[in-house]
Design a protein around this ligand. Structure first.
Ligand code: NOJ
Ligand code: CA
Length: 676
């Protein structure tokens, strides 16, 4: 395999406080983005310009603590060092194999002028497509401290339209994105994405959220916002002893909406792989005992409709093996689901199977058939209960040949239950307690070569680079909302999340529902897409693991379109966004890793539309058979969702294709490389 990993480092300069006066600046490698750090008022502020025009106006930085003075006033930049960095690194799996990490860095020591004289490091990394900054305190400077407020502001220079979901709400990240003027954002989860009046696309998020509280964006005044850290149940935002390091606060900036889709900024700001050899992390497709429960055909708990029986699991193993799926997810095999499991946080037993589930026999059967059982840990938000059983639970899975575990943090009783003695405290899903918990889970799982797919998770901040066994997660409204959500996901949902939630990383959306109406099971709900759009989601919504979420019989009833799900890979050598407008449409082309084929997926919202796309992403000089799965000419998600045409054409990089998408529709294409 061709490898072209290289690193180039260039020290741009270093200066002590006496050597400069006033603000210090650093620009992106292409010179367009400029960040300026200023201490002239005695407060620390930063601002961002792009091609000379302000993007972020002077915005405050600093901290307030519980028992120590604030780090806010009387501040001076006492030392500065800059660096130019250019490296290309390889991902074990991902939407592309090689990632270029190219930035200019400014590291500033910020010191108090008073007698306390504490100091912090502030680091900015400026890329052509955005920037990140973080604060770091050396051991001993702040001691045992309870952080009450991070003062970081984001004063957006221009009015903008924002796509966002409200934070500090009971249902975590599972809301339909709102589109409002930026000024109407109250408190938002990140990523929050906006388009400014002059047409610039900006997405604000964070990278490398480890042992710290998640950040929400809180409205202050006009276009000015501030970082609002998710508190512990006692009101403290972050507890730390000795050293202290914030996640990177990130801004992705692009003229075109598609520029956000192609950005690697979040990944680049995370530390490299800590786990060493991760060849045991297995991307791939899976099926499972799942949708039946969401349609209320089956139950997680015991009884006549119990889904996870030995016989039913064997049926799924047979189906997976026949059609080439690697994994079979089994939910509801373990005791604890009887009764009100989503309102009780300590019912779950993670090692004891229901009597009608013969785990050893099934592990053996799966092995014979060349598939793996995918484990499931629904914690019901009971994290103390889970942590007390976690090691034994992973040991059991390791013994049974399980390589992936889907975890779940449904917490309808009121957030995450943390028990201390006979007291129970309720913690947010995205506070420091859960940031710590998720890291613990990853480390325990990795010891047993297990990968984690967390549902109701903390948000993604690119930690898959550091822990490549964090293979996917939920963290937005997924397919399940179409079964029982009120309302279900509107057609615009999957044209919005590529530009918002998915900028943070892979999502286990669980696409591929073929019985779109399920009139018998859930007459009030349905999937609001065409059938072709269900196929397109496999390419558009990136995840290294993708579920074929429907019941086996619904695939066997529509075997021709099912072929696309069988063919589509989940691990890519390269990905390119071809079209995109937030909430309207998105088109991706991706080349399979370890193969020659390209795939294309395009989705639209409620509007029918056409795109002419150049096929110049295809490999030069090759001929491909384009296997096209498109909306029929009279398709419409509402009135005619199944109308679909499957056709083939010979194409090359010199050609263009006209994509016709129905209202709520999509198109999926495999470009099969022909031997030539
Ligand atoms: C919510 C998850 O998103 C879903 O996939 C799962 O089936 C249920 N919780 C039960 O764990
Ligand atoms: Ca969920």
């Amino acid at each position: 395999m061709l490898r072209f990993l290289f690193i180039s480092l260039l020290l741009l300069g270093s200066a002590s406080a006496q050597a400069f006066a006033g603000p210090v600046s650093i620009s992106s490698p292409d010179g367009a983005l400029v960040v300026t750090l200023d201490d002239s008022s005695g407060m620390l502020t930063y601002s961002v310009n792009r091609n000379g025009a302000p993007v972020i106006e002077a915005s405050k930085m600093g901290f307030r603590f519980r028992k120590a003075p604030a780090f806010e006033k009387g501040l001076k930049i006492s030392d500065v060092a800059t660096l130019a960095y250019d490296e290309t690194w390889e991902q074990p799996w991902g939407e592309r194999q090689f990632v270029r990490n190219h930035y200019n860095e400014l590291k500033a020591e910020v010191r108090e002028t008073g007698t306390a004289a504490r100091s912090l490091m502030v680091t900015f990394r400026v890329y052509d497509d955005g920037l990140g900054f973080r604060y770091e305190a050396e051991s001993g400077v702040f001691g045992e401290v309870e952080l009450m407020d991070e003062l970081t502001e984001f004063a957006f220079a221009e009015p903008a339209t924002a796509w966002w979901i409200k934070s500090r709400e009971f249902n975590r990240y599972e809301y339909i994105y709102q589109e409002t003027p930026l000024q109407e954002v109250s408190i938002a989860h990140t990523p929050i994405t906006m388009r400014t009046r002059s047409g610039l696309h900006i997405s604000l998020h964070e990278a490398a959220l480890l042992d710290y509280a998640g950040m929400s964006l809180l409205h202050k005044k006009g276009q000015r916002f501030e970082a609002d850290l998710v508190p512990w149940s006692d009101g403290v935002k972050v507890k730390f002893s000795g050293t202290f390091k914030t996640p990177w606060r990130t801004l992705q900036v692009s003229e075109k909406a598609t520029g956000l889709l192609d950005s690697n900024l979040i990944l680049n700001l995370n530390d490299p792989n800590k786990l060493g050899d991760v060849s045991w992390v297995e991307p791939g497709k899976y099926v499972g005992i799942w949708w039946g429960m969401h349609l209320a055909l089956n139950t997680w708990g015991s009884g006549p409709k119990h889904g996870a029986t030995t016989a039913e699991t064997m049926k799924y193993i047979d189906f997976a093996s026949k059609y080439g799926f690697k994994g079979v997810l089994v939910e509801g095999w373990n005791e604890g689901w009887d009764g009100d499991w989503f309102n009780n946080w300590n019912l779950m037993n993670f090692t004891k199977a229901y009597p009608d589930f013969d785990f050893e026999k099934l592990a053996e059967y799966a092995k014979e058939k060349g598939v793996r059982i995918i484990g499931h840990h629904e914690t019901s938000g009971g994290v103390t209960n889970y942590e007390s059983q976690m090691e034994a639970a992973f040991d059991l899975y390791e013994k049974m040949g399980v390589r992936q575990v889907k975890t779940g943090y449904v917490a309808d009783a009121g957030e995450i239950a943390r028990e201390e003695g006979d007291k129970t405290f309720f913690e947010w899903h995205d506070g420091q307690y859960m940031a710590r918990h998720h890291e613990k889970v990853l480390i325990e799982a990795a010891k047993r070569k297990i990968s984690i797919n967390a549902h109701e998770p903390i948000k993604d901040t690119g930690l898959r680079r550091t822990y490549p066994n964090w293979i996917s997660r939920e963290g937005a409204r997924g397919m399940e909302y179409n079964a029982w959500g009120s309302p279900p996901n509107p057609p615009s949902h999957t044209a919005t999340i590529p530009f918002t939630r998915m900028l943070s990383g892979p999502m286990d959306f669980t696409p591929g529902i073929f019985d779109l109406l399920y009139e018998k099971e859930q007459p009030d709900n349905r999937v609001q897409t065409t059938l072709a759009k269900q196929l397109a989601l496999y390419v558009v919504l990136y995840s290294p693991i993708q579920m074929a979420a429907d019941l086996p019989e619904n695939y066997e009833a529509r075997i021709a379109p099912f072929q696309f799900i069988r063919d589509v890979p989940t691990d890519w050598a390269e990905s390119k966004a071809l079209t995109g407008e937030i909430g309207e449409h998105a088109t991706f082309a991706r080349k399979e890793r370890g193969g020659e084929d390209w795939f294309l997926g395009a989705v639209t919202n409620e509007e029918a539309r056409t795109h002419t796309v150049k096929l110049d992403f295809l490999d030069e000089g090759r001929v491909y058979e384009a296997q096209i799965y498109r909306d029929g000419d009279d398709a419409d998600w509402d009135t005619n969702p199944y109308a679909m045409v499957i056709e083939t054409r010979q194409v090359s990089a010199a050609d263009s294709l006209l994509l016709k998408l129905a209202a709520g529709g999509g198109v999926a294409i495999r470009f099969k490389a022909l031997n030539n």
